[in-house]
Write a protein that binds this ligand. Structure first.
Ligand code: ADP
Length: 162
């Protein structure tokens, strides 16, 4: 039997309950899910990429499924070649995601024709959650406890008060 793997890439700054749901649902379909954390030098992240990797690994460590959490930078297609996985999983919330996500998927396929992107539709209850909104809420002192996994709460509160 083939061993099927997929890569779920993102900035995950922070990893939200929406991301968690997509990762868990991907793990129901794939034998191994790589959660690939983008170390984007252009953005100034709230949490460093290594810290995001560590916290996501902690969150997924307690869940059903096989996960590998890693950092990557540069082109996603290069990372896909490195891990020898041609399948990408992305989450879709609204029509605005659709435009951006299809453009990304087409560009990745242009760069490497073996790359296949699969979209998973966000659950309604997560469809309003985005990392950028969570960042705004935490900076303004709002309650984020229902938006992100527990492991992220105190690191987010600490780094937003710096
Ligand atoms: P990027 O910076 O690459 O867009 P994000 O960390 O914002 O990465 O998101 C990673 C993936 O997760 C994207 O495909 C995004 O559409 C999806 N996603 C973001 N928020 C949610 C959510 N609340 N529910 C489901 N999918 C989501």
């Amino acid at each position: 039997m083939r061993n099927r793997s997929a890569v779920f890439p993102g900035s995950f700054d922070p990893f939200t309950n929406g991301h968690l749901d997509i990762a868990l649902r991907a793990a129901e379909i794939f034998d191994l899910v790589y959660v690939a954390v983008l170390n984007n030098a252009e953005k100034s992240p709230l949490l460093k990429a290594e810290r995001r990797v560590e916290l996501i690994a902690r969150v997924l460590g307690g869940k059903k499924g096989n996960f590998k959490v890693e950092c990557f930078d540069g082109l996603l297609v290069e990372y896909l070649r490195k891990v020898k996985v041609p399948c990408v999983v992305r989450g879709l919330r609204a029509t605005t995601d659709y435009e951006y996500e299809t453009q990304m998927a087409l560009m990745n396929r242009h760069l490497d024709s073996s790359v296949e992107t699969l979209f998973m539709v966000a659950r309604e209850e997560h469809s309003y959650i985005s990392s950028s909104m969570v960042k705004q809420v935490v900076r303004l002192g709002g309650d984020i406890s229902a938006l992100v996994p527990k492991a992220f709460i105190s690191p987010l509160l600490k780094s937003s008060s710096k």
